[in-house]
Design a protein around this ligand. Sequence first.
Ligand SMILES: Cc1cc2nc3c(=O)[nH]c(=O)nc-3n(C[C@H](O)[C@H](O)[C@H](O)COP(=O)(O)OP(=O)(O)OC[C@H]3O[C@@H](n4cnc5c(N)ncnc54)[C@H](O)[C@@H]3O)c2cc1C
Length: 371
Amino acid sequence: MTATADILVVGGGIAGVSAAAELAREAKVILLEGENALGFHSSGRSAAMLHYALGNPLVRKLTQASRDHFASPPDGFEKLAEPRALLIFAREDELDGLATLRADLAPFAEIEDLDEAGLHQLCPALRIGGDDAVAGFADHGALRLDPHALLYGYAGWLRRRSGTIASDARVATIARQGSGWVVTTERGERFTAPLLVNAGGAWADHIAALAGVRSIRLEPRRRTIITFDPPEGLDGRDWPFAKTVGDELYFAPEGGRLFASPIDEVPTDACDSQADEHEVALAAARVEERTLLKVQRVVHRWAGLRSFSPDRMPVVGFDPDDPAFLWLAGQGGFGIQTAPVMARIAAALVSGTGWPVASVTPDELRPGRFR
Ligand SMILES: Cc1cc2nc3c(=O)[nH]c(=O)nc-3n(C[C@H](O)[C@H](O)[C@H](O)COP(=O)(O)OP(=O)(O)OC[C@H]3O[C@@H](n4cnc5c(N)ncnc54)[C@H](O)[C@@H]3O)c2cc1C
C-alpha cells in the first residue's frame, strides 16, 4: 500500500509537528516520525524557556515574533507558558560581558538592573559579593514554556486539518518519482508526495543524504541537565531562571526541585543522547561554586542534542538545487521558542503567501547560504 499526500514532513519534533500543522491548512500532509512518540529527542529534553539571551539577534527577532503564541495561545492549545524571570548574574571580571549582553537584550526585554541587594532579593541562593556575583539584570518578560502542550496543540491542529501522523515510521529510503518523492520506512511502508519537508533535527543532514541532497553541515551538540532537591525547608519555586553571563551554569526551579546545566556543547553524532558523567559532575560542581546550594544527590539527569548550522542561525527554505525539498533545521538551543514563527514561515514559503515576520528576510534563513 502506498499513501499519497501533497507534502511529507519527516521528523516529529516540535519543528516537524508545528510546520505540518501550519502546512495542513492548505495541503494534505503526512508526518513521519521514526520513534513511537512525538518529541522523543531534542523537543522532549529542553530547558523549556523563552528568553532573549538564547541565540543571536536574528534568533531574538524570531523569538519575539513567536512570543504571542505562548503568551496568548490560539484556539486548540492549552496554557503554554507562565512568567519566569531570566536573571543574568556576573562577577567583577564579567561586568563587560554583562554590559554587552544587556545592550543586546534591551530592545526585546523588560530589564531591571540589579545590584548585590537586588540579586539577593530575586535569588537568595546566589553567592554574592567579593569574588562572587556583584551585579546583574533581570528580564521580567521571560517565560517558562510547556513544550509538551505546544507539541500536542500542534498535533491536534494537524489532525483536525485532516493531516496524518505516522509514528514508528523511520524513513529508510527517499527516491525520486517524477518531480516528487517516494519514501519507504524501515517497516516497509511507502509514501509519495511532490514535496518533502526535512525537519529531522540532528538527523536533517542524514535525511538530505538519503534524498541525494547536499548537506548544510549541521553540527549536533550535546547539552546536559540534572535535577536535585533544594535544602530542607527552602522553597525555590519563585526563583528565576538564573544564568551566568558566560556559558558556565544555569539553574531554575522545576516542580519542587531545581534543575541545572553546565551549558555544555559537546559535538556528537546524531543519536539518542545520554548524559555523560563528566558533565553531570560539572553541573553539580558549578552549582556549588556559584550558589550556596549543595547537590546532595542528582535525582535525575538527561541530555539532548542542539543542532547548529555553520552560522548558528536556523535554516528554512527550499534547497537551491532541488525545489521539491524544503529544509527546516538548525534550531540549535532555541527551537521551542521560535517554533511558531518558523512553522508559519515554512507554510508561507510553500503556499507563496505573505512572509510572516517583517524584521527578518528570507535570505537570512535560506539553506543556499551554505553552498
Ligand atoms: C538540554 C537542552 C535545553 C534546551 N533548552 C531550550 C530552551 O530553553 N528553549 C528553546 O527554545 N529550545 C531549547 N532547546 C532546543 C530545542 O529543544 C530544539 O531546538 C528543538 O527541540 C529542535 O526541534 P526539532 O524538531 O528540530 O528536533 P527533534 O525534537 O530532535 O525532532 C527531530 C525528529 O526527527 C526524527 N527523525 C530523525 N530521523 C528520522 C527518520 N529517518 N525518519 C523519521 N523520523 C526521523 C527524530 O526521531 C526526532 O523525533 C534545548 C535543547 C536541549 C537539548
